[in-house]
Design a protein around this ligand. Structure first.
Ligand code: SDX
Length: 431
């Protein structure tokens, strides 16, 4: 960590405490309170972590006011337009863009890890056919600890590397198998002659009864969706992975914890919830009814795909996603898709509404992704699994960064206790 160049003075009951202030490469200064409880005997209170930096990191930076997102300094718009997902994976994992040789070696390594232990297919068959694919992914990824013992020792850098490659490589296979299982079709094995996105599309949509040709424009759009979801600072699921890892849990267990957290509709589950909301709205003339509900404090309804803890401007991923949606729908000849019309009109109305402007509620990454995925043929239940497989590289990169910090320790927050003070036990006959 950078040496503190200035301090803040905190005065409590007449006593003063000097708190170091650290300055980042970019973003707000950070008040270092690590010694506060030891010195002043007080905790800080920040239940949603709205003003709390949980770690130091060099991977991803977000400027919420300006709508900026960078990975290792590279803006997301450049990466989405000029790079591709496995190159972004390399960048997130190792901190630099790869040379041609480094990239070829990395892509070959990932490709050769895409198959799943054959006995894990049996594991899938324990689920009901109507299981949500996320329920299957949480279970199967956690169960990888039971199949890949030779990459669970977090203190062995080689095992950490192999676990990283296995997780990035196998998540599309697992997600595709979860999908195939729920629709009663046979599993489709990955192919080494296909790129990452094409392999995933084929594993999801090919059937033994006929050949399957991957549409290169759909594959490119799929790859771009993976890139747009790859990492995002210390969001809820990444923080879950870091907290699980802080106890020394193995990488498969930590990623399973991240998948579980991502599933929530306030987080990665929003893409499914957003499309279901657009379908419920159904037509442009019903938008005002839903805008009114979103503003009604007595109604728990929220516009799914809108708002963000950090972005108080347009989510730069949503901007790229919208362009991709236009391309894919035009290619598929469904650019008159009523859902896209509802989404575009909802965005226009919301962005001009004083409530949303005052609260700085803009479309986020989940607003347009569902429209593309549905147009590609995915059911809404597969939207969050696709988010989870894209984010695996972010979770893994943050997990590796945390383990590489010699000073890292188990995460153990305190609390503001408002319960009963100590009291005597009352025997049941006296209650
Ligand atoms: C992701 O953290 C990340 O980086 C996440 C993510 C990533 O890549 O990892 O970006 C992925 O999770 C994107 C967000 C997807 N979720 C949704 O689209 C669900 C709908 N959005 C909301 O649930 C909400 O905006 C959150 C959860 C995203 C953010 O909530 P906050 O930061 O806790 O803000 P808040 O709930 O305190 O809301 C502030 C105000 C409230 O009104 P007041 O109490 O101040 O009067 O804005 C209102 C909220 O009622 N508000 C909304 C709203 N979101 C917030 N009102 C209507 N519709 C919404 N969507």
């Amino acid at each position: 960590m950078s040496e503190a160049k200035k301090t803040a003075t905190l005065t409590i009951d007449g006593a003063s405490y000097e708190l170091p202030i650290h300055s980042p490469t970019c973003g707000p200064d950070v008040l270092d309170i690590r010694k506060l409880y030891g010195q002043a005997g007080v905790f800080t209170y920040d239940p949603g972590f709205t003003s709390t930096a949980s770690c130091e990191s060099t991977i991803t930076y977000i400027d919420g006011e300006e709508g900026v997102l960078t990975h290792r300094g590279y803006p997301i718009g450049d990466l989405a337009g000029k790079s591709h997902y496995l190159e972004v994976c390399y960048l997130l994992l190792y901190g630099t863009l790869p040379t041609a040789t480094e990239l070829e070696t990395f892509e070959t390594t990932i490709t050769r890890h895409t198959m799943l232990h054959e006995q894990m297919a049996t594991f899938f068959r324990g689920f009901r056919r109507d299981a949500h694919p996320m329920a299957i992914m949480v279970g199967v990824v956690g169960a990888m600890s039971a199949f890949y013992h030779d990459s669970t020792d977090i203190n062995d850098p080689l095992q950490r590397e192999i676990a990283s490659h296995r997780l990035i490589a196998k998540m599309p296979t697992i997600a595709a198998m979860a999908y195939k299982y729920t629709i009663g079709q046979p599993f489709v094995s990955p192919r080494n002659d296909l790129d990452y996105a094409s392999n995933f599309l084929r594993m999801c949509f090919a059937v033994p009864a006929e050949d399957y040709e991957v549409n290169p424009i759909l594959s490119r759009a799929m790859d771009r969706i993976f890139t747009l979801h790859a990492d995002h600072e210390q969001n809820a699921s990444t923080s879950t992975v870091r907290l699980a890892s802080s106890s020394g849990a193995n990488p498969f267990a930590c990623i399973a914890a991240g998948i579980a957290c991502l599933w929530g509709p306030a987080h990665g589950g929003a893409n499914q919830a957003c499309l279901e909301m657009l379908k419920e709205i159904g037509s442009v003339d019903r938008i005002p009814e839903f805008i009114a509900r979103a503003k009604d404090k007595s109604d728990p309804f929220r516009l799914m795909g809108f708002g963000h803890r950090v972005y108080k401007n347009m989510d730069p991923r949503a901007t790229v996603m919208k362009q991709s949606a236009d391309e894919v729908l035009e290619l598929l000849g469904v650019d008159d898709n009523p859902l896209l019309q509802v989404a575009s009109e909802l965005e226009r109305i919301a962005l001009s509404d004083p409530y949303f402007k005052e609260k700085k509620l803009f479309p986020n990454v989940d607003f347009y992704s569902g429209i593309i995925l549905e147009a590609m043929g995915f059911p809404t239940s597969m939207f969050t699994p696709i988010f989870a497989m894209s984010r695996t590289v972010g979770w893994i990169s943050q997990w590796k960064e945390q383990l590489s910090d010699p000073g890292h320790k188990i995460g153990r927050p305190r609390q503001l206790y408002l319960g009963e003070d100590v009291r005597a036990y009352t025997d049941i006959e006296n209650r």
